[in-house]
Design a protein around this ligand. Structure first.
Ligand SMILES: Cc1ncc(COP(=O)(O)O)c(C=O)c1O
Length: 393
C-alpha cells in the first residue's frame, strides 16, 4: 500500500541536530551535544516522598482526569513565584499548565502562524523551536543579536519593512549561546515592539540558573499592551521527565492555548502536576536552586578551563554567567559539521552551529553543553575535540 502522508510531515523532518544525536549513541563517546539537565541535580528522594504523599492525600483523584488549565494549587504557586522572582504580576486566570515548554512552542505556532507568515527569531535561536515552528510552514527571518541581546535598531528595521506575525526570543541564558540580555536591551526591545502589532513569545526555561542567583525582569514584566506570551518550565529547575511547564498570557490569548490543550491531549498529567505542587509546598525551591546552580557553575568552569588549555587561540568560546551552554566560533571557512563528523570518530560530540539559525550560514559556529556529561569526563572530551580541531585550523 502507498502511504499518503500529509504534506506537513515533510516540513517536520528533523534538522542537522539529528546527526549530532545519532553520533552521540556511539559507545564510549563523550557527549557535549544534548541539552538534557544533569540527572544528579534531580531531587529524587524529595519527589519520591511527594509521590507517596499525593497518593495518600488524593487516592484515585491523583490519577483521575483534571481541569485543562491545570492544578489550581500549582498555578497559584506559579503566580507567586513570578511575582516574587520576575516582577510579573498576573492573576491565576492568566496561567495555564502545559506539557513542557516544547508544547508551548507548538501551540503558539498553531495559534498564530498561517502558512507563509513571517516569524522572527534571534540569530541564532533554539533549534527545537525552529523544529516546532517548521510544521506550520512560516517564513523564517532572523534578527541580529550580539552579546547584550537583540540589536534594537536591527529589530526596528525588520519590523518596519516586514509584516512580522510573531517574534520568538529566549532572553535569559539562551539556548544555544548562553547569553543573557542586558536590562537596557530589554527596555529597548519593548520600546520598539510597542510600536507594532506583533506578539512575542518569550521562552524562559533558564532564568533561574544564573550562577550568582541574580534575576533579570523578563520582557513580560514590562508588557503594557498584552503583547508578550511568557513560557517557562520545571524541566531545568526540578526535572524534565515530569513534563510540567506553564504559559502566561492575556485572557484573550490564553483562551486559545486552553482550546489547543483540550484538542491536543485534554490536560497535563494530574499526577505529575500534583507531585510538583507537593514538592514546592514541602521544600524550598530557593535552596534546591542553590545546589543546581553550583553544579552548573562548576561544570561550566571545568569546561572553560579545559578549553583554555587545549583549544587553539583562533577558536573563540564565550563564558556565560548561567545556564547550560557555551557558544563558540571557529575561523571563517571551517565547517563545524565536518569537524563534528571527525570528532565523533574520536568519540566526542557537540552540535554544529547551522542547526540554530533560521536562515542558512554560520557554518563555523558550534554549541557545547556541559550539563549531561559527567564532570570527570569533561576535560578528556575537550582534549579529544582539540585533537580534531587542530587538524582544521
Ligand atoms: C529554550 C528552550 N525552550 C524550550 C525547551 C523545552 O523544554 P521543556 O519542554 O522540557 O520544558 C528547551 C529544552 O531544552 C529549551 O532549551
Amino acid at each position: 500500500m502507498e502511504i499518503k502522508f500529509a504534506a506537513r510531515t515533510d516540513l517536520m523532518q528533523a534538522s542537522e541536530i539529528r546527526e549530532a544525536y545519532k553520533l552521540s549513541a556511539i559507545p564510549g563517546l563523550i557527549a557535549f551535544s544534548g541539552g538534557a539537565p544533569d540527572p544528579t541535580t534531580f531531587p529524587v528522594e524529595e519527589l519520591k516522598k511527594s509521590a507517596v504523599r499525593v497518593f495518600d492525600q488524593y487516592g484515585p483523584l491523583a490519577i483521575q482526569y483534571f481541569m485543562t488549565e491545570g492544578s489550581p494549587e500549582l498555578r497559584e504557586w506559579i503566580v507567586e513565584h513570578m511575582k516574587k522572582t520576575r516582577n510579573i504580576n498576573v492573576p491565576v486566570e492568566e496561567v495555564a499548565i502545559i506539557d513542557g515548554g516544547q508544547q508551548g512552542l507548538d501551540f503558539t505556532s498553531k495559534i498564530f502562524i498561517n502558512e507563509g507568515d513571517i516569524l522572527l527569531c534571534e540569530n541564532p535561536t533554539y533549534q527545537g523551536a525552529l523544529n516546532a515552528f517548521k510544521a506550520y510552514n512560516p517564513t523564517f527571518m532572523g534578527v541580529e543579536t550580539d552579546d547584550d541581546g537583540v540589536v534594537p535598531e536591527a529589530l526596528r528595521e525588520v519590523l518596519s519593512k516586514n509584516d512580522v506575525r510573531m517574534i520568538y526570543v529566549n532572553p535569559d541564558f539562551q539556548n544555544p549561546t548562553g547569553r543573557r540580555w542586558t536590562l537596557e536591551r530589554r527596555q529597548a526591545f519593548m520600546d520598539v515592539i510597542k510600536d507594532f502589532d506583533v506578539v512575542v513569545l518569550e521562552d524562559d526555561p533558564y532564568g533561574d540558573l544564573a550562577y550568582d542567583g541574580s534575576l533579570m525582569p523578563p520582557l513580560k514584566s514590562y508588557d503594557e499592551k498584552g503583547q508578550i506570551i511568557y513560557l517557562s518550565s520545571f524541566s531545568k529547575i526540578v526535572a524534565p521527565g515530569l513534563r510540567v511547564a506553564w504559559v502566561s498570557a492575556s485572557p484573550e490569548i490564553l483562551e486559545k492555548y486552553i482550546f489547543a490543550k483540550q484538542a491536543a491531549d485534554l490536560q497535563a498529567s494530574t499526577l505529575c502536576q500534583m507531585i510538583i505542587a507537593d514538592f514546592l509546598k514541602n521544600n524550598s525551591l530557593d535552596d534546591h536552586l542553590k545546589l543546581v546552580r553550583k553544579v552548573y557553575e562548576r561544570k561550566g568552569g571545568v569546561m572553560i578551563d579545559a578549553i583554555r588549555r587545549e583549544f587553539p587561540d583562533s577558536v573563540k568560546v564565550n563564558t556565560p554567567k548561567g545556564g547550560l551552554f557555551l557558544w563558540g566560533e571557529m575561523p571563517q571557512g571551517v565547517d563545524t559539521l565536518e569537524v563534528l563528523r571527525k570528532c565523533a570518530e574520536n568519540k566526542v560530540a557537540f552540535i554544529n552551529g547551522r542547526a540554530f539559525f533560521p536562515e542558512s550560514g554560520h557554518d563555523n559556529c558550534f554549541r557545547l553543553s556541559f550539563s549531561a556529561a559527567p564532570e570527570d569526563q569533561i576535560p578528556e572530551g575537550i582534549r579529544r575535540m582539540a585533537e580534531v580541531i587542530k587538524t582544521f585550523v
